[in-house]
Design a protein around this ligand. Structure first.
Ligand code: ZN
Length: 336
């Protein structure tokens, strides 16, 4: 399991530990010469200061080096069918660093700014979907048309599944929002055999009277296609769907999440959809068409691109991703 941490991207070539090796021990600064004894203490103190200094420098470097990201901008690649990706899932999920909490904000103490607010987190797909493809194929009504119940999602080339990714980010986001006092509900928590279907995912947000819903995904596009995008609902009034009342607030929510996600992760907006804005509007997603509460999707990156995959498989990066989403949601709820 080659954990592609920050060191593997182009900005991270050095081994920060190497520089501190020479400070390994003050023993090498011989103590045999009594006449220098008065110098020894300040020298040791200076060295003691240097070692953490080097460490601090490395930490600052790490914090800044979060991504090399899809910077080259050009809307080059093919427009991959975003969202419901049809790539076969990997067989051997390769976890990566799953320890949560490394970059999370400190608890907000006595304040609970989101008290009384309900946030529904929709972790895209379901790790168990791969074993229920027949059930997933059932068609459901999404207003504009009928569509399959749910999909298996995509995965990185090394087999880290989108479903595993979305659940991990969802857990991190839930923790952050609960610290702010929000009531948080997940549409699934790996606790059901498959799904839920996309229409039920929407219904869960609706019946919870959620103040905000975010559906978490990662894309399965062509290599070279990089970056995140937030999917906003187009106004749909067809069949069972009527989301017209929430298109405006959903757009506000999506813009805030996109902005905070970009800042928190240091990741660039998609270089293959959205013309560099990180925002895409769609009318073919049941989860958005059928929502009667403010809701957006976020495609956090492209699992099929090796550089994006290096980010998506990093627990540190996923914490930053959750942090960015949380901040966007908090901003939205403060303004509503
Ligand atoms: Zn997805």
């Amino acid at each position: 399991m080659s954990y592609p941490g920050p060191h593997s991207h182009p900005f991270g070539p050095t081994d920060p530990n190497r520089s501190s090796d020479s400070f390994g021990s003050s023993d090498s600064f011989g103590s045999d010469r009594p006449r220098r004894s008065r110098l020894r203490r300040p020298l040791t103190v200076a060295l003691a200061a240097l070692v953490p200094g080097a460490l601090l420098g490395w930490l600052a470097y790490e914090a800044l080096g979060g991504t090399g990201s899809g910077g080259d901008g050009g809307p080059g690649g093919a427009r991959a069918g975003a969202g419901a990706s049809s790539n076969a899932p990997g067989t051997a999920p390769a976890g990566g660093d799953d320890r949560p909490g490394t970059l999370s904000a400190p608890p907000s103490g006595a304040t609970a700014p989101l008290k009384g607010k309900v946030v529904v987190i929709d972790p895209g797909h379901n790790p168990a979907n791969v074993r229920h493809t027949a059930e997933l194929g059932r068609q459901v009504d999404i207003g504009t048309n009928r569509k399959e119940c749910d999909t298996t999602g995509t995965s990185t080339n090394s087999g880290y599944s989108e479903a595993e990714f979305t659940l991990d980010v969802a857990h991190r986001l839930r923790t952050l929002l609960q610290r702010q006092g929000a009531t948080v509900k997940l549409t699934q928590d790996g606790d059901r055999p498959f799904g839920p279907c996309v229409d039920e995912r929407a219904r869960i947000g609706n019946t919870a009277h959620a103040d905000a819903v975010v559906s978490i995904h990662a894309d399965g596009s062509a290599a070279g296609n990089r970056g995140f995008h937030v999917i906003l609902p187009a106004a749909v009034h067809a069949g069972a769907a009527d989301n017209r009342a929430v298109v405006g607030p959903s757009k506000d929510l999506g813009k805030l999440i996109a902005s905070d996600f970009a800042r928190s992760t240091g990741t660039s907006p998609s270089n293959y959809v959205g013309d560099g804005t990180g925002l895409v509007t769609r009318r073919d997603l049941g989860g958005l068409n059928l929502s009667t509460v403010p809701k957006v999707f976020i495609e956090c990156g492209n699992m099929r691109d090796s550089k994006d995959a290096a980010l998506l498989t990093s627990g540190v990066w996923r914490e930053k991703a959750a942090q960015g989403m949380s901040e966007g949601i908090v901003s939205f709820l403060h303004g509503s």
